[in-house]
Design a protein around this ligand. Structure first.
Ligand code: LCS
Length: 407
């Protein structure tokens, strides 16, 4: 298997096949040594050369092949090819976490003096990375409510290099028009990068809407079993991929071979997990909206969601994240989080188990209070990451917890 994407024959083979076929087969062929059907874990930091000349050629980029696992690893490569195939990109770069995916994009493509336009309600640390870290290296940024596309246009500057959009957003589930953003970014000579973590490639493929780069926290739906932290970046074009790969190699945020193997195992059931969780979420969102102990429910599939029509057009489903506010404010939110029995009180999402958390004091705690209120992360907002349990059990459990708030 070549180190450099080269002809990318493996991905071409599944190019026109369905998402289920791709998750199971893309990037993988039976092991050439023993025919093992499950991919081998190439748990090796380094790879032998048959001659000094071969080593020289590989380091010079004159020949495909592996040298050292920070640079490239066969198990990791299978995962990279698999996700690139799902997203319809040129190639993928696997990294050690979702935050490594965000930072590798910025480190690979920006320089001092450049400007970034970002969705204001992204996952808290993605925003903090720009505001408090990349600002130290002379990168400036503007945060906009990208659901209103005019704010993106208004924020563009001559030095804007990247428009970074998260859709749907964590945890406010706002939806941004990707095709409109791509048009604006390209008209100004910038790239559109999309955090596709909440949708997964099963429900949304940003490159099809004109984006140049798509990234995931693999920790979530792609792995799906709450046992791995990882990230991946898929680029549409070879030139962008080369820059992202170089940043991964030099800044060193590589994915470990064992991590890659676990993630390859998880991704095979991605379509089934995503669809089951979505079915559950749709039922729970409707049930929550009708309950007297609930003041507000945010779910892109509800008629009350302001961007429902856009979500229906741009996505192949509404996902399995729900945010809601109980009528009794912060105290009611706290009580609810302790009275549910099935949802686990924990951050993260995208696993088979349902999780509940409080964004203002947990995932988004790094943002100032006024900003949290402004972007809709109120003190009473709870986030439910719906899993794949039996729906009647989830419904009954949430109902008993909500009923207890009225008692
Ligand atoms: N992007 C999104 C949309 C996320 O939700 C997260 C993590 C990241 C990037 C970063 O990924 P990581 O480095 O953690 O793999 N979101 C989390 C959350 O909502 N709860 O815990 C982590």
């Amino acid at each position: 298997m070549p180190h450099d994407p080269g002809e990318r024959k493996i991905m071409k083979k599944h190019k026109d096949m369905g998402l289920e076929t791709k998750t199971i087969h893309a990037g993988q062929a039976p092991d050439p040594t023993f025919g093992a059907v499950a991919p081998p874990i190439y748990q090796s930091s380094t790879f032998a050369f048959t001659s000094p000349e071969e080593g020289r050629r590989r380091f010079a980029g004159e020949e495909d092949g592996y040298m050292y696992s920070r640079i490239g690893n066969p198990t990791t490569r299978m995962f990279e090819d698999n996700v690139a195939s799902l997203e319809g990109g040129f190639a993928g770069v696997a990294v050690s976490s979702g935050m490594a995916a965000v930072s590798t994009i910025f480190l690979g493509l920006l320089q001092s003096g450049d400007h970034v336009v970002m969705t204001d309600t992204v996952y808290g640390p993605s925003r903090i990375l720009l505001e408090s870290e990349l600002s130290r290296f002379g990168v400036t940024s503007t945060f906009v409510n990208s659901t209103d596309i005019t704010t993106v246009e208004a924020a563009m500057q001559p030095k804007t290099r990247i428009v970074f959009v998260e859709t749907p957003t964590n945890p406010t589930l706002r939806v941004t028009d990707l095709a409109a953003c791509a048009k604006i970014a390209h008209a100004h000579g910038a790239l559109l990068a999309v955090d596709n973590t909440f949708a997964s490639p099963i429900l949304q493929r940003p490159l099809e809407h004109g984006a140049d780069i798509v990234m995931h926290s693999v920790t979530k739906y792609i792995n799906g079993h709450a046992d791995v932290v990882g990230g991946v970046v898929v680029s549409k074009e070879k030139e962008i991929h080369a820059k992202v790969l170089k940043a991964r190699i030099l800044f060193g945020a590589s994915m470990d071979p064992h991590q890659s193997w676990l993630v390859l195992r998880g991704i095979k059931t991605l379509p089934m997990r995503v669809r089951q969780a979505e079915k559950n979420a749709a039922r729970l969102a409707t049930m929550l909206e009708a309950h007297p102990a609930i003041a507000k429910v945010v779910y892109p599939g509800l008629a009350s969601h302001p961007q429902r029509e856009l979500a229906a057009r741009q996505m192949d489903g509404f996902g399995s994240m729900i945010s809601f506010e109980p009528t009794g404010g912060f105290e009611a939110a706290k009580a609810l989080m302790t009275r549910v029995h099935i949802p686990v009180l924990a951050v993260s999402l995208g696993g088979v188990e349902t999780l509940i958390e409080h964004p203002a004091s947990m995932t988004h705690a790094g943002l100032p209070n006024e900003e949290l209120e402004r972007i809709g992360i109120t003190a009473s907002l709870c986030r439910l990451a719906v899993g794949c349990e039996t729906i009647e059990d989830l419904e009954a459990d949430l109902k008993q917890a909500l009923d207890s708030l009225l008692a």
